[in-house]
Design a protein around this ligand. Sequence first.
Ligand code: ADP
Ligand code: MG
Length: 373
Amino acid sequence: MIEVKNLTKKYGDKLAVNNISFKVEKGEILGFLGPNGAGKSTTMNMLTGYISSTSGEVLIDGTDILDDPKKAKANIGYLPEIPPIYVDMTVDGYLNFIYDLKKCKMPRKAHLKDVCALCKIEDVRGRIIKNLSKGYRQRVGLAQALINNPPVLILDEPTVGLDPNQIIEIRTLIKKLGKKHTVILSSHILPEIQAVCDRIIIINKGQVAADGTADEIAKNITNKHKMTLRVEGPTRSADDKKLITDAIKAIPGVKYVRADMEREKGVYDYDIETDGKTDIRRDLNKLCADNGWNILMLQLSDLTLEDIFLKITMADEVIRTDDDDDETSSKPRIDIKVSPNGKLRAVKEADSTDTADEAAEKAEDTDNNGGEE
Ligand code: ADP
Ligand code: MG
């Protein structure tokens, strides 16, 4: 339904969106997750044809948004970061205005009634928008996006500034909308995205840092070089600890082994770290089989989506301290990078070229996209 190829946006010298590509299938709810300034709104503005891209392509149901904007845009309902509402109008006046603007052909009365019922704004239709609470205003913004029943909905931080009850209401509504529409929504809040979306794209510094379901993302970024082995030794007592630790240490590629607490009677867990290049799982298996030890568990140290998101954000902060000439930081520098083949990898040293990027970000904040439509 939506296809994005090598999409890039530069504001002057500042690369806000850097060569991102992804597809969204019909009926999917896709979440854009990323810290502030990651490029979410810029991407959404390009998807909806609100601003032009520097390079790359956006196809909405096969139509290029820049080649045939009318046709492509007819498929999209957009709720921008700041809802495009006229606060001096009544809700009804405004929605009728949008109905005309979109040249909607659906039966006016019935359609507006349906949209208002869906967004739960029936009881405020006669009210002036500026007198409504933020939650209601946001729902009016959503109603505007739903007029003419577009198959694609693009919602930029739809719950920002709402109270917890309102957030739950909007989430429930988005989930409901996801049954009939293809939805992309953005947020910088992880639980929000996790609660609503089938699939997640993590955007960081204008690039796709991860793409998949929450489980897939967590699995892909698993620390393959750290694992825990639970193994039943010959004596089923503490005497096994040294024997097994030494035997694991002898496997090529193993850097560190430590026997952990007794997890089951007479059985210990061994925390193992490798050089990061060698996959020792088969050697471990062979070692245990040859000695007649039973493997009761082998677990790679999984990261939750939250760990991953924090790592991405943390890497940012480490870089920021570098900007302040703090070279003495002893924090581990971990970053998650995308390889050219699209695979994710965790790298320890943050790429020093990013520092320049961050400095540029601090320097700019001008609104230089005027003139673009
Ligand atoms: P997000 O929505 O993820 O918070 P944005 O897409 O708004 O991020 O911004 C991405 C980057 O582009 C930020 O560094 C932001 O400061 C910059 N940016 C956004 N809009 C403009 C603009 N009109 N002119 C210059 N820089 C901009
Ligand atoms: Mg934004």
